[in-house]
Design a protein around this ligand. Structure first.
Ligand code: SF4
Length: 765
């Protein structure tokens, strides 16, 4: 690794050796190359016996839930060839690593030396095996007993003048049981400072959907995906980020459905799918996925949706061909104002702002016109914008016009990127909890929970940055690498009096830490959770609101790990000395936690019984039944202004993306096979005409610069790669480019950082 010690101290990732290779882009996804890659990961990182055991249990009823994305498993039969994808296998290979980080490793490596390792190298070091505390004198993490660790943390928490000086982050892998206990502990401690990874991803979806449909979750089921006549996939790359979604899309295509992809990049997964679970179909050429690709400009989505809606009104000609007036009349409010707004828009300006040609937009409108079963799926490409909430509300407008909510084959589908991010929010991980929820906690626990809303992620970082001495506890995740404005966030973490990480593996957040730093190693999903009353299982909620069990099957990689539930129980027990809640009994038997959840949260009736049913149970979903929990009791049309996407000379709009060898901040490898980019991650994907105009040649090294709010942010030494991307748009991988994402630029009302539209200039080196 090339090492600029100053930048590493500031939180930067090291610059990789110069091995970048460009190959042809893939036109088909999955298939034999996917199987080969998965096998390579297994051979490199896992014992064969562990692989065989896990592969028969992963995502099966009664098995363990993939720690990857939150795509649901089929309700009925599950494939005997394995109900997982290439990236699910990579996630398991990371967790069930045959390598371990023992105390000898930490004695041999200072934290400063570890910072020089890339995120990829850190991930490959193996599993954490015992609790560790940072020793400033030797600059090393050294072993500490569990008792000592809990005492150290509890003493610091108790010594705070105000509970709001502590911040408790949660990542989306955390189970319902651990998350519920954690929020209960944090609120009993006296704060609602519960930022979570949802703040950085689908918060805009939650806001937009709640305001319009009365529920912050999607409305569709897998069966709806199979039955849809048209599915629009916006700002989402399922081939890499939710690969088994392609199986569902294939089913939709087999049933005659049409698929429209909306994305600045033509992603391989949406072009053609070779389903490894259907060898015959794979060998006979697979399935073409998208019938129509709309190469929208970055943040051109509202303009595009408005242009499509405008054409639908024209095609309908008030005779109900395209528009479901009966549904609108019965179930919605705000239609007249919305129809007038669309009538008044400048169609040509919308077409131009979308970046898509009028012909393609007409094709999309024609596809939609006579079809009533419409689903829109989306991910971060829509939510991580200043107008992220409006993007979602405009999607709802389209669906309401089509009457495409609350009927088979139709509805909203925000696809979540981490396996239990939705469940964590359901069970109370929320910095802005509704009053009803707090009242219920008050009643059940005979106490008064804090009312003041806490910090979302961006607020938390700004608070830690401004105020030295905060305590930051992270239940999972790699906060530094996930968060925006890397140097700013790093300074915020270094400013803390104590940082605590509950983790399975070493990551960059452990290396950029507070005055004191403690790592508490926990069990992974695949491992058996032995407790006093026998092995326990946990439960999670997927993107479609199904709660189901997850039970590990492998012997834990170390005898000195605790489950997340045990860690939270013990920490609460140590911190809340005069508390009457029996924290330690929860960890002996997780049924007791589920009983508590059942008492507090609607929809969990008979939790312990229903979670034991094969496949779990669906949570209630008003939008699915056309019951809208809004101020009017109806679904709301909304009027969303076009965002101003103007650029001045020399500026580009940058979006951060994942490579195919990556899951969130975990870097599995250095190749992005589908995009033809190999052995290098520090790349900037550019339109070739833009490159010519800027006199930048392929492989030229450039610095990327953002100056938002008069603070200069520089991401150094990225290699230019010509790519099929709209003019003035560029794409870079995160976390490397997170340096450029301003902390103080986020979605209005949801506070989601604007990682998908960062204004930058490019400086040749
Ligand atoms: S689609 Fe998502 S949940 Fe399913 S195996 Fe792949 S990564 Fe895991």
């Amino acid at each position: 690794m090339s090492v600029n010690q100053n930048n590493l101290e500031l939180g930067a990732t090291p610059i990789e050796p110069d091995n970048l290779v460009l190959r042809n882009r893939a036109r088909k996804s999955a298939g034999l190359p996917g199987i080969t890659q998965a096998i390579k990961h297994v051979i490199r990182h896992m014992h064969t016996r562990s692989f065989l055991k896990t592969s028969f249990s992963m995502n099966q009823k009664g098995g363990f839930d993939c720690p990857g994305c939150a795509w649901p498993d089929p309700d009925d039969d599950r494939s005997r060839l394995g109900e997982f994808c290439e990236n699910g296998i990579k996630a398991i290979a990371e967790e069930v690593s045959k390598y371990k980080l023992d105390r000898v490793f930490f004695q041999q490596n200072t934290v400063s030396a570890l910072r020089a390792k890339s995120d990829y190298e850190l991930g490959k070091l193996g599993r954490l095996t015992e609790p560790l505390a940072y020793d400033r004198i030797v600059d090393k993490y050294l072993p500490v007993s569990w008792d000592q660790a809990f005492k150290l943390i509890a003493n610091e928490l108790i010594a705070l003048q105000d509970p709001n000086q502590a911040i408790f982050y949660t990542s989306g892998r955390t189970s319902n049981e651990a998350a519920y206990l954690y929020q209960l502990f944090v609120r009993c401690f006296g704060t609602n400072n519960l930022p979570d990874c949802s703040n950085m991803c689908h918060e805009s979806s939650g806001k937009g959907l709640s305001e319009t449909l009365g529920i912050g979750k999607g409305s569709v089921t897998l069966q709806d995906i199979y039955e849809a006549e048209v599915i629009i996939i916006m700002g989402q790359n399922p081939g890499t980020n939710h690969p088994r979604m392609l199986t569902a899309l294939e089913q939709c295509k087999t049933n005659g459905g049409k698929i429209i992809s909306v994305n600045p990049l033509p992603e391989a997964g949406l072009i053609h799918f070779l389903n490894p679970q259907k060898p015959m179909r794979m060998l006979t050429g697979g399935t073409a996925i998208a019938d129509l690709h709309l190469p929208v400009r970055i943040n051109g989505d509202v303009a595009l949706l408005k242009a499509i809606i405008y054409l639908l009104f024209k095609l309908d000609n008030s005779d109900g061909q395209c528009i479901d007036y009966e549904f609108i009349q019965k179930y919605t409010v705000g239609y007249d104002a919305f129809a007038k707004h669309i009538d008044d828009i400048d169609f040509a300006a919308c077409v131009e702002a979308s970046g898509v040609t009028e012909n393609l937009i007409q094709e999309a409108a024609a596809l939609l016109c006579n079809r009533q079963k419409v689903i829109v799926c989306w991910a971060m490409g829509l939510t991580q914008h200043e107008n992220g909430v409006n993007n979602i509300k405009e999607i709802v407008n389209l669906l309401l016009l089509k009457g495409a909510i609350g009927k088979p084959g139709a509805g909203t589908c925000p696809v979540r990127g981490h396996s239990n991010v939705q469940g964590d929010r359901t069970v109370g991980i929320w910095e802005a909890p509704p009053e009803k929820f707090l009242e219920k906690l008050d009643e059940v626990y005979n106490t008064k929970m804090p009312r003041q809303h806490g910090f979302a992620v961006v607020d938390a970082i700004q608070d830690m940055h401004k105020n030295p001495g905060r305590i930051f506890v992270a239940l999972g995740g790699n906060f530094l690498s996930a968060a925006p404005d890397t140097y700013y966030t790093a300074k915020a973490l270094k400013n803390c009096g104590m940082t605590v990480s509950i983790s399975t593996k070493l990551n960059r957040t452990h290396l950029i830490h507070g005055q004191q730093s403690i790592i508490l190693p926990c069990l992974g999903r695949t491992e058996i959770d032995y407790q006093a009353q026998g092995p326990q299982f946990v439960s999670v909620e997927n993107s479609m609101g199904i709660v189901h069990s997850s039970q590990g099957i492998l012997t834990p990689c170390s005898d000195n790990l605790l489950s997340e539930v045990s860690i939270v129980s013990k920490l609460a027990n140590e911190t809340l000395v005069s508390d009457s809640i029996p924290w330690l009994s929860f960890m002996d038997n997780y049924d007791l936690i589920r009983d508590e959840i059942e008492q507090v949260i609607p929809g969990f009736e008979n939790y312990n019984q229903r979670v034991r049913q094969p496949g779990g149970f669906y949570l209630p979903n008003g939008a699915r039944e056309r019951k809208f929990n809004t101020s009017s009791g109806k679904a709301h049309f909304s009027i969303n202004e076009l965002p101003n996407n103007d650029l001045v000379q020399g500026q580009y709009e940058m979006m951060t993306i994942r490579s195919h060898d990556q899951f969130n901040t975990t870097i599995y490898g250095l190749d992005d096979r589908y995009r033809g980019i190999h052995q290098g991650r520090r790349v900037v994907l550019m339109n070739s005409v833009d490159m010519e105009l800027a006199q930048i040649k392929p492989f030229d090294e450039v610095n990327l610069v953002n100056n938002y709010n008069k603070r200069e942010r520089i991401a150094e030494r990225f290699k230019a790669v010509p790519y099929d991307i709209p003019a003035r748009c560029i794409a870079t991988y995160f976390p490397e480019a997170n340096i450029l994402v301003p902390i103080d630029k986020f979605a209005k009302s949801s506070k989601t950082p604007c990682s998908k539209r960062v204004i930058i200039t490019i400086k040749k080196i």
